[in-house]
Design a protein around this ligand. Structure first.
Ligand code: CTP
Ligand code: ZN
Length: 153
């Protein structure tokens, strides 16, 4: 994207999540645990014109790098996303997200009798299937609207 088309300002330090499927930016924020109260400096572009994707969303988070668990879940809803690490205004690292075999944490199992949703602190773990995710503890499968299962607790 050339400079005269830039819609969201550049950041000094942090992470730019680029090439997010159009309309998924708010779900990306949820995965990162960012909401009105989190106090982080964040820029969001939604349905920004893109040569590669037609239109895309973009999220820039100042002063933060992402955990592998966050990137893993992100890959499920934004499979074409690029993670750019920015230091002192320069992109110092760029990589595509990869669909993992297993995702840990971030998502919660929809089965309220599952050991991961009880009072005991058992982290969620899902096997990643071709068409969804399966809880490793109770085998519940989530095929659609995975973003509805982001753990906001
Ligand atoms: N970016 C930013 N702040 C910076 C540097 C880059 O917000 N200090 C953003 C750019 O606006 C762009 C993304 O990070 O959306 C990746 O930057 P760059 O690699 O320079 O852009 P492209 O070459 O267009 O990326 P790609 O090839 O991945 O499309
Ligand atoms: Zn379960």
């Amino acid at each position: 994207m050339s400079d005269h088309e830039l819609r969201v300002s550049k950041i000094r330090n942090g992470t730019v999540i680029d090439h997010i499927a159009g309309g998924q930016a708010l779900n990306v924020l949820a995965i990162l645990g960012i909401d009105a109260d989190s106090g982080e400096t964040v820029s969001v572009g939604m349905r920004v014109p893109s040569d590669r994707l037609g239109s895309k969303d973009i999220v820039k988070v100042e002063g933060r790098e992402l955990s592998q668990d966050e990137v893993d879940v992100l890959s499920l809803i934004a499979p074409a996303a690029t993670i750019n690490i920015v230091r002192d205004f320069e992109v110092v690292e760029k990589h595509r997200v990869e669909r993992p075999d297993v995702v840990t944490g971030v998502l919660s199992c929809p089965n309220r009798h599952c050991i991961t949703t009880g009072d005991e602190p058992v982290a969620s773990r899902f096997d990643v299937l071709d068409d969804g995710i399966r809880c490793q503890y109770c085998e519940t499968i989530v095929r659609e609207h995975i973003a509805d299962h982001i753990d906001v607790g």
